[in-house]
Design a protein. Structure first.
Length: 401
């Protein structure tokens, strides 16, 4: 009765999450040190202001008059956001979507036929597998090298390109390594993309959260023939429930025209973006500017706290993140799955083993976008458990938060 795809769409709960669920069933609180939902960590768009904006916006939408690319005023606001960052984008080449995850599906559908290939970073946030399955695309990993601060192995990336390759996914700042792709790497990628006629899909959802740097190098405006820049409100304004994102296309005129015609039809088939949210977007951008600055300052503070604790407790090597919410902890020698489950069992802290991200063993991945008070309690407990495991005395470090 069901499709072959449907038979592959039944993810099983892994042992770590089964343990987490059993704690929750017993009403034992679990400290989630991995969720990217920063609302839970106290990052909130001011509620009253949001209500005012949404009420005003809903009055603009009493009569439904959809635009298949998305409301012009919202697309202009997106273009203005980029012009404030030195990137010139035409609102006609911007498509609104209900978030970056769906933008990926549109990109894959735009670029690739069944069996065609998209190059994706490895390790990576585990978002693409199901999107690739749904779109019939084959994902071909390209390596990020930990010893080089998770830089792209450009030679191996180019060696992985085949006649079926259609695009390269770039995530910067990267989830979960925290790597910000350098301007030099982007120039190399753009040159490779031009030589092999590939599009670059640039996932910039963490663009506003940079650590120790002011500007994000972007593929838009590079020599790549076609760049789809993806972003949305979920991280930058801590509005994941607003379901507002975009794809901003740049590159060669003839490719842009063809791409936008197809994207417009894909989007027109569903018209999936809430009209009130679209009408609210310009004001959210305007009001959100100072909020965004405040969020990114707080995220840097969170990292500083986490770094201080990790450095003072020792025992965990890490590559310092240049952006985003995540850090990869290298466990040299320990079993990452055992470490993650011991940390959950003893400290009631949820943190991921690296294999969730296709990372070579042995690593843990955590989000430092947390309440400072939680970091101050959870991180010493976590590192004590790791030291206990190393010393072979895990029971010594039992400490529930
Ligand atoms: C790298 C990356 N891209 C995309 C997304 C999804 O973004 P959205 O909430 O806009 O769908 C996430 C979510 O955490 C992410 O980490």
């Amino acid at each position: 009765m069901f499709s072959r795809i449907a038979s592959r769409l039944h993810g099983e709960t892994n042992p770590l999450y089964r343990l987490r669920d059993s704690f929750l069933r017993q009403s034992v609180p679990v400290h989630d040190l991995i969720s990217g939902n920063i609302n839970e960590q106290g990052f909130l768009f001011p509620q009253e202001r949001l209500e005012e904006i949404l009420v005003r916006a809903s009055r603009e939408c009493l009569i439904y008059r959809p635009d298949s690319l998305g409301r012009k005023s919202a697309r202009e606001a997106v273009a203005e956001f980029y012009s404030g960052r030195g990137v010139s984008l035409d609102p006609c080449n911007i498509l609104l979507t209900p978030g970056t995850s769906l933008s990926y599906l549109y990109c894959f559908k735009l670029l690739a036929d069944e069996g065609d290939e998209i190059l994706c970073p490895q390790p990576s946030y585990p978002l693409f597998d199901y999107i690739a399955l749904l779109s019939g695309v084959r994902l071909i990993p390209y390596r990020l090298v930990e010893a080089e601060g998770w830089a792209i192995d450009i030679d191996r990336l180019e060696a992985a390109i085949s006649t079926r390759s259609r695009g390269i996914v770039l995530i910067s700042p990267h989830n979960p390594t925290g790597r910000v792709t350098s301007a030099e790497e982007i120039a190399c990628l753009a040159e490779i993309a031009a030589r092999h006629e590939l599009a670059i899909i640039s996932d910039e959802v963490f663009s506003e959260f940079l650590i120790g740097r002011k500007a994000l190098p972007r593929p838009a405006g590079s020599s790549a023939p076609l760049v789809c820049t993806l972003n949305g409100f979920s991280k930058m304004f801590a509005l994941p429930g607003m379901k507002f994102g975009w794809m901003a296309l740049s590159g060669e005129r003839s490719l842009l025209d063809r791409a936008m015609r197809s994207l417009e039809l894909i989007s027109d088939t569903f018209l999936p973006v809430n009209e009130t949210v679209q009408a609210a977007a310009p004001e959210i951008f305007r009001h959100g500017e100072s909020l965004r600055t405040d969020f990114s300052r707080r995220i840097v503070q969170c990292w500083n706290i986490a770094q201080e604790i990790l450095d003072s407790t020792g025992g965990c090597h890490y590559v310092k993140p240049q952006g985003g919410f995540y850090v990869t902890l290298s466990l040299d020698g320990l079993d990452e799955e055992e470490a993650a489950s011991k940390i959950l069992d003893r400290n009631h802290i949820l943190i991921h083993p690296g294999y969730f991200y296709d990372m070579a063993p042995a690593h843990l991945v955590m989000s430092f976008a947390q309440k400072p008070e939680l970091l101050r309690v959870a991180l010493p407990a976590l590192t004590a458990t790791l030291s206990g495991l190393r010393a072979g005395h895990p029971a010594d470090c039992k400490k529930n938060l």
